[in-house]
Design a protein around this ligand. Sequence first.
Ligand code: ZN
Ligand code: FE
Length: 257
Amino acid sequence: MDDVIAAQAFRDNYIWLAPGPEPGLVAVVDPGDAGPVMDALAAHGLSPAFVLCTHHHGDHVDGVPALAQRYAIPVYGPAAESIPGVTHPIQDGDVVGSDRAGFYRVLGVPGHTRGHVAYVGAGRVFSGDTLFAAGCGRLFEGTAFQMHASLMRLAALPPETRVYCGHEYTLANLAFARLVEPDNAAVLAGERRARRLLAAGQPTIPTTIADERAVNPFLRTSQPGVRRAAATMGGRETDTDAAVFATLRRWKDGFKG
Ligand code: ZN
Ligand code: FE
């Protein structure tokens, strides 16, 4: 059991409230909207210690100014991106946070955006729009090569690491994963689990790095079945894992789950 709280925003965004060592204090991750954050803080009797931003897209940061004004707390965000309200620009390798609310290591994971970062701490990774449950973000500012390297970095985290991503895309992602690997039993089991959780009104998040390595086609580019599917779809043999990744990403861009 984990005690991270999901505040839902917009259609399918998750804003995460992550507890640290001191009861009642949380890190707020990717507040695209301040309202749901304030509601969740009040409902659970929590205080925000700081804000973590993974990348500059509005659905992840537009709530920052209102939260900064109300609570006057540090706001961490990638130095390579311009995000209104960030007080502490950070980059790969930095450690952010506090004794009371917990520390997070910053991983540079470019691809979705140029400066996208993930935050790793307390057995969790907040992966923003880089690694989704059973999928990955679109390439808006980076290259397939960058995104593939970023996903490999995340895949190398300890297998039990819980993955908290920015959107509820899991079921559609698993439908694509099934197309790529029709015989992958873990994908079918993942779909059953996701359907059950969604029917109960619960997030399908978190998954774990081990789950992602078992079902996520974008982390499985070295698997023979994934390579065969990519070769068929791309119309030619793809040699490197990054080329397989690029083919899968293009394929999924045109896929309507
Ligand atoms: Zn985004
Ligand atoms: Fe997003």
